[in-house]
Design a protein around this ligand. Structure first.
Ligand code: SAH
Ligand code: ZN
Ligand code: ZN
Ligand code: ZN
Ligand code: ZN
Length: 425
């Protein structure tokens, strides 16, 4: 499909062991966005293949990345009053194109500062099923960058983190002794208007597809090559509705790419990584990456009403950092209430109490959890032990046995209709 190789899915119906397998778009979870569909065993005629190829060609952006870089060079030569940005087409305009966009809304006097902050200029693509572009609040973005610097990293592979990339690029252009570099991999092609081919690759993180072909892949490979101690970390903040197994498979390929760039040594090591994702995906992520652990830090977003910082009565963000770095090295801000648990050897939120029985700081959501002796684990403060279900649940839950795991998060104990992650994805 236009977004690269499709993924193989299986349709299962209840009671049946095996379902029928089919290919569908890797990135679009809504058929309205991409309706690619093909049964695994389906024969596709030559004419249909040709039609498909033509469709894919027609659904590529109107300018190539290279053309956009040229356009940018011309754009910055223009005096301020001639620098226009079409809000409808989300495109920087050259004077010869004004005519074509004359009945579109546009912004004038685009400053250098605006060009350096494309994530502010472009509107966030909030389409939940595809892009789900939720931008870091400044506080969280700063925290991430400071942490990366304190940990001694000099290169950041930013996978779906345009705002972090932007913060790094801006600092690099302003501060002479700022040594950190970043490469952005993102599916949002609008960013190609603002970054060169060494700074941005049009990329699909659900199938590890570089739209720019071998040259773009090589850019990424080169970036991952670390010489004279310029250590690399990958930071990713994928759409929360995304398939964890597809993401994990991609991240393993990127880790493999990193490993291949090593001449020797480091063989047993993994590329350091921050995977930013909601806490209720913890078991899914650990399934694929047993070396990861979840940090208590709550990641906040600008354009997400639900995911803002707590404290003032607003809802607390469920989004966390998963990392393969040693937890004790991830220092969380004490002024925001995080403290160091000497037994767990990691920073935890202020409400997260160390449970003597579990021998761990067990809260996942920042509230103080309570230990249930029957369940032999700590549970949410709002839960009570239900003798019917033989586990803890909300007081007003409906008792039901669900043996199979939930379709959405894979956890046992509830069905997809009541999945706690659904309200967020
Ligand atoms: N918090 C981050 C943005 C995360 S939103 C920040 O502020 O920098 C998710 C990001 O992933 C968006 O930039 C979106 O364009 C990108 N994205 C969504 N689907 C993608 C895909 N299939 N491949 C690559 N990037 C994708
Ligand atoms: Zn598609
Ligand atoms: Zn503890
Ligand atoms: Zn406990
Ligand atoms: Zn219980």
């Amino acid at each position: 499909c236009p977004l690269g190789p499709a993924l193989l899915f299986v349709k299962t119906s209840q009671g049946k062991e095996e379902g029928r397998r089919f290919y569908a778009c890797s990135a679009c979870r809504d058929r309205k966005d991409c309706n690619f569909f093909q049964w695994e065993d389906e024969k596709v005629s030559e004419t249909r293949l040709a039609a498909r190829e033509e469709y894919n060609r027609n659904h590529q952006p109107s300018f190539t990345h290279r053309q956009n870089v040229e356009r940018y060079k011309n754009f910055v030569l223009l005096p301020l009053p001639k620098r226009r940005f079409c809000q409808q087409c989300q495109q920087l305009l050259l004077p010869a194109e004004w005519e074509k966009h004359s009945d579109h809304q546009f912004l004038c006097d685009i400053s250098t500062a605006q060009l350096k902050s494309p994530s502010q200029l472009l509107y966030p693509l909030e389409n939940k099923k595809t892009n789900a572009q939720y931008l870091f609040a400044d506080r969280s973005c700063r925290f991430l960058l400071d942490l990366i610097i304190d940990l001694g990293f000099r290169r950041v592979l930013s996978v779906g983190t345009p705002r972090l990339h932007e913060m790094i690029q801006t600092k690099a252009s302003q501060e002479e002794d700022f040594r950190v570099r970043s490469l952005l991999l993102d599916i949002d092609f609008r960013y190609s208007q603002f970054y060169t081919e060494d700074e941005f690759c049009h990329y699909n993180m659900f199938n590890h597809y570089f739209f720019g072909g071998e040259a773009a892949r090589e850019t990424c490979r080169k970036f991952l090559y670390q010489d004279n101690g310029e250590r690399v970390i990958m930071v990713t903040d994928p759409p929360f509705g995304g398939l964890v197994e597809a993401l994990a498979s991609t991240f393993k390929k990127l880790m493999e790419m990193w490993k291949e760039t090593e001449k020797e040594g480091h063989n047993s090591q993994e590329m350091p990584m921050f995977w930013i994702f909601p806490y209720f995906f913890e078991s899914r992520i650990l399934e694929f990456f047993p070396s990861f652990s979840m940090m208590d830090y709550q990641v906040d977003y600008d354009n997400h009403a639900l995911y803002k910082h707590g404290k003032t009565g607003r809802r607390q963000s469920p989004v966390r950092i998963f990392t393969n770095l040693t937890p004790s090295m991830i220092v969380l801000p004490v002024e925001e209430g995080y403290r160091f648990c000497t037994i767990c050897q990691r920073y935890v939120s202020s409400g997260n109490q160390h449970c003597e029985i579990c021998d761990s700081c067990t809260s996942k959501d920042g509230r103080r959890w309570k230990h249930c002796v029957l369940c032999k684990k700590c549970v949410k403060p709002s839960w009570f032990h239900c003798n019917n279900c033989n586990c803890c649940a909300l007081q007003n839950h409906t008792c039901e046995k669900t043996d199979a795991g939930c379709f959405v998060c894979g956890k046992a104990g509830h069905k997809r209709s009541t999945c706690p992650s659904l309200s967020h994805t």
